[in-house]
Design a protein around this ligand. Structure first.
Ligand code: SAH
Length: 363
């Protein structure tokens, strides 16, 4: 088996090279070639000694997940279906905007959390993605976008922002996600600022605390309901980590966070969580948590049994939050004609129903 160098962050690459008798500066050279230049061919890494190149060609590779399908929407949003083996595939979405390009990355094949309104949850859970599969989405996207002539937004790379909002629950794949985050932040690799990398979580409280210590980046929390009774239904993990515990974890996170607010995502479901009274309840709930709200018009998928709130309802809901001084944006629906919008990422998941094992491990 070849060693996939996309699996290594700076620390583990240095350690692996040391075993091979190589100096730490070699790790720095390699990181730059792999992540900044996007080079996968060791022969072209010209400043690396011949001996080391020969060893790498024999023992190592730089292998991101392979492309199965590419779709480009009229608004420039790209969706890539990437092969992660054994009949499974995950989706990555690139959203171009003026001056920046956001990549939405998947962290698991499927998801175990079964949120009522999410297509990924419907698919069940197969497995966690490895570091190479997570960071490989970013590696791959930068290469692909450079090839297709998408104007590099910054430092020659098209991706300026990363959101872990694709398939899966990032904090249920903690160690691999943190190694991938280290690479995203590392100046020798992608050099993104902590503020431009966002982890989105449904609220696994102990893991929010661990992230605060291990690698505090911007945090988005999928809230979706103003009280436990409704959130228990929409986001079942709430039965384990109810709102009071979640909000307390958010306050603790802010002590170390790169931004001085938490983003709360709130999917707008017609007649379910979109009443004026729900908005007013949110205002009360948020008194103690500096936050912004991002309202997400529900993106339907076959068999969901749910409807998107009408635009006027969303405006009125946003109005109540903003009147109370909470900065509120409504997420533009991008790429929905190619099923690339939030909650529509289904990929291909062979469900082996390891849900319970997985949820227990997340705790
Ligand atoms: N598991 C993580 C990240 C993935 S989902 C989390 O729960 O945050 C990214 C965002 O899309 C979450 O806020 C999620 O609740 C939202 N989402 C899921 N399904 C959706 C749908 N059908 N329409 C709109 N938003 C959805």
């Amino acid at each position: 088996m070849l060693v996939n160098l996309l699996d290594f962050d700076a620390g583990s690459l240095t350690a692996w090279l040391a075993q091979e008798g190589e100096e730490p500066f070699r790790a720095r050279q390699l990181l730059r070639w792999i992540h900044q230049v996007g080079e996968a061919d060791f022969e072209r890494m010209t400043d690396i000694s011949k001996g080391l190149r020969a060893m790498l060609m024999e023992e190592a590779c730089v292998a991101a997940p392979k492309l199965l399908r590419e779709e480009v929407s009229g608004d420039g949003t790209c969706k890539w279906l990437l092969d992660v083996g054994a009949g499974n595939a995950v989706e990555t979405v690139f959203i171009p905007e003026t001056g920046r390009g956001t990549l939405c990355i998947s962290t698991q094949v499927g998801c175990a959390l079964e949120c009522a309104f999410c297509a990924t949850g419907r698919q069940g859970f197969n497995r966690n993605l490895g570091v190479a599969e997570i960071v490989g989405q970013l590696w791959w996207a930068n290469r692909r976008l450079a090839q297709s002539g998408v104007a590099p937004a910054q430092d020659g790379r098209a991706v300026t922002n990363v959101v872990l909002m694709g398939m899966g629950e990032p904090l249920a794949n903690f160690d691999n996600v943190v190694s991938a985050l280290h690479l995203m932040l590392d100046d020798l690799a992608y050099g993104l600022s902590r503020r431009r990398v966002t982890v989105s979580t449904c609220g696994i409280v102990p893991a929010i605390d661990r992230l605060r210590e291990a690698c505090p980046v911007a945090l988005a929390v999928s809230l979706h309901a103003p009280d436990d009774a409704l959130r228990d239904q929409l986001v079942p993990i709430n039965r384990k980590y109810p709102l009071a515990d979640l909000l307390a974890a958010c306050r603790r996170y802010l002590e170390r966070a790169p931004r001085d607010f938490i983003t709360f995502e709130y999917v707008m479901l017609d007649g379910v969580n979109d009443a004026d009274a729900d908005a007013r309840e949110l205002v009360r709930l948020m008194r103690e948590v500096p936050c912004k709200f991002n309202l997400i018009p529900f993106n339907p998928f076959p068999g969901s049994g749910l409807r998107r709130s009408p635009p006027e309802r969303i405006r009125q809901f946003a109005h109540i939050l903003m009147d109370a001084g909470i900065i509120t944006t409504t997420r533009k629906t991008r790429g929905d004609e190619i099923d690339a919008a939030c909650g529509q990422l289904a990929g291909q998941v062979k469900d082996r129903s390891r849900r319970h094992i997985h949820v227990a491990r997340a705790a």
